[in-house]
Design a protein around this ligand. Structure first.
Ligand code: ACM
Length: 484
């Protein structure tokens, strides 16, 4: 199972076998949709009727217990008589159901009826996450991904208890979210993508649907509007955002660091005020990410001015600021989350310290470990390698608590695995880079430090392969793993 639960004991003489007469019981209306979706999945693969029932069933989801495990924690017991998942509320039950899915045979994920038996070895599990932030980022700018593609991605990552989806929504190559007050951002700025093909963007309805779909899986969307660099698509859409009011052409290559908002123009902040307001209005989560990375074309003094002014606008619209670690050189408002994408580089680590000294918390995305777009090995046909080659072992074998020396545990919110899509123009390619590495980052975020062990993880990961085959995931069959 991945992530490894906090505590698991076998019940040696007990085996649960799901039979044709089984029922799904749920005692809380708030958990009804979770139970319904789980039942629908199992009905497809088992061919059983699996009627829903108020209160206890053969498989029971029950709220109002296991309170000490927090909102995401749960207890699970599988024995000869049935399976019970208990949690404080619906969110914990959802996490528990992802565990139950992994306890069932892989064929339980199938879209058509399979032969049983549907057996689970008797067990008790007590589970609660190590970190509250366990994210994945999808870059929908370099290549655009449709709502349906992002939904499949959400489904797959949710199985590993990921609870944040960071969407990188604007960059040099495209602006992907509708902003009513600045319509050319998507109409023109979203029209292309890397390579020069047609891009795309999310309407407000599309975006709301993504937020809703993720939310149903207890995943909060973190929207990123990258500023003041990575802004060519916006600059190309509105001449007034540029020095001298001259709009550049749209850009479909993959260099970074050449674009910048104009720091000393009032219109820049009128623009950001509108964009942040409209994006914040569509964001139930408490965080809005303003990028801040690789602003190589923004003079440093101006960059610091920009950080103060832009972060103020995020706060004005009721959100906490999130930004890449470069923003820590500026003055950060209370509640800021700084996303560390450095490696062992002392300059980046210094900025992480500067963030913590200002009271910010950290989300860890070390590029040489957590970046899903790095090649696995020299011959990987996709991806980049500026942060090195990132094998499955390399991506798993690090400790968030000690990655950056002298950072207190209380300053670490969690981990995130970013996926940049310069080289990824369809979902198959996204899956190839994401699996099998994402589950390892998810485990670093969820499982207790004492459970982290490459050799044992490797065996557990091998079992996921058959599940991905059933789920039609184009995963990389890394030779490091003895796929079953
Ligand atoms: C980044 O990789 N530029 C955050």
């Amino acid at each position: 199972m991945i992530p490894q639960p906090t505590a698991q004991q076998p019940l040696l003489d007990e085996t649960f076998i799901l039979q044709a007469d089984a029922t799904i019981g749920v005692d809380d209306p708030a958990a009804q949709p979770i139970a319904e979706r789980f039942a629908a999945r199992l009905r497809r693969s088992t061919g059983f009727a699996l009627p829903m029932q108020d209160g206890a069933g053969t498989i029971t989801l029950s709220t109002g217990g296991a309170e000490s495990l927090g909102a995401e924690g749960y207890e699970l017991r599988a024995d000869t008589s049935g399976v019970t998942i208990t949690a404080a509320g619906a969110e914990g039950l959802f996490r528990g159901v992802t565990t139950l899915r992994q306890l069932l045979p892989a064929k339980a994920e199938a879209g058509s009826a399979q032969d049983g038996p549907w057996e689970i070895a008797g067990t008790t599990i007590t589970d609660t996450p190590r970190y509250g932030y366990r994210g994945v980022m999808l870059d929908v700018t370099r290549h655009f991904f449709t709502v349906d593609q992002v939904k499949k991605f959400i489904d797959l990552v949710s199985l590993y208890k990921i609870n944040r989806l960071h969407l990188h929504l604007s960059d040099d190559q495209g602006w992907r979210i509708q902003v009513d007050s600045w319509p050319r951002l998507t109409e023109y700025g979203g029209s292309l993508q890397v390579g020069g093909g047609a891009g795309g963007s999310y309407t407000k309805e599309d975006y709301a649907e993504l937020v809703r779909y993720a939310g149903e899986r207890y995943i909060t969307v973190v929207p990123e509007i990258d500023t003041p660099g990575h802004t060519n698509a916006a600059l190309a859409s509105y001449p007034e955002l540029n020095k001298g009011d001259q709009a550049p052409e749209l850009y479909t290559e993959t260099e970074v660091g050449f674009s910048s908002l104009t720091i000393d123009k009032d219109v820049t902040y009128e623009f950001l005020d509108d964009v942040f307001r409209e994006v914040a209005e569509q964001t139930p989560g408490d965080v809005l990410h303003l990028g801040g990375d690789e602003a190589h074309s923004t003079p440093h003094g101006e960059y610091l001015t920009f950080v103060s002014r832009a972060t103020e606008l995020v706060v004005k619209h009721g959100k906490r600021v999130m930004g890449w670690h470069e923003i820590a050189d500026g003055e950060l408002p209370a509640g800021t989350v700084v996303q560390y994408w450095g490696t062992e580089d002392p300059k980046a680590q210094g900025l992480a310290h500067k963030a913590v000294e200002q009271g910010a918390t950290l989300v860890l995305s070390p590029a040489n470990r957590a970046y899903l777009d790095m090649k696995y090995h020299e011959e990987t046909p996709l991806g980049l390698q500026w942060a090195g080659l990132v094998s499955v072992e390399q991506s798993y074998s690090w400790n968030p608590a000690t990655l950056i020396p002298n950072v207190p545990a209380s300053a670490i919110d969690g981990v995130e695995a970013p996926l940049w899509t310069e080289t990824l123009d369809d979902l198959d390619k996204v899956e190839f880079m994401t699996f099998p590495r994402l589950p390892g980052i998810a485990e670093l975020g969820w499982s207790p430090e004492s459970a982290l062990d490459w050799t044992a993880y490797r065996d557990r990961l091998a079992e996921q392969g058959s599940r991905w085959e059933v789920l039609d995931v184009n995963f990389y069959r890394a030779p490091e793993i003895d796929w079953r």
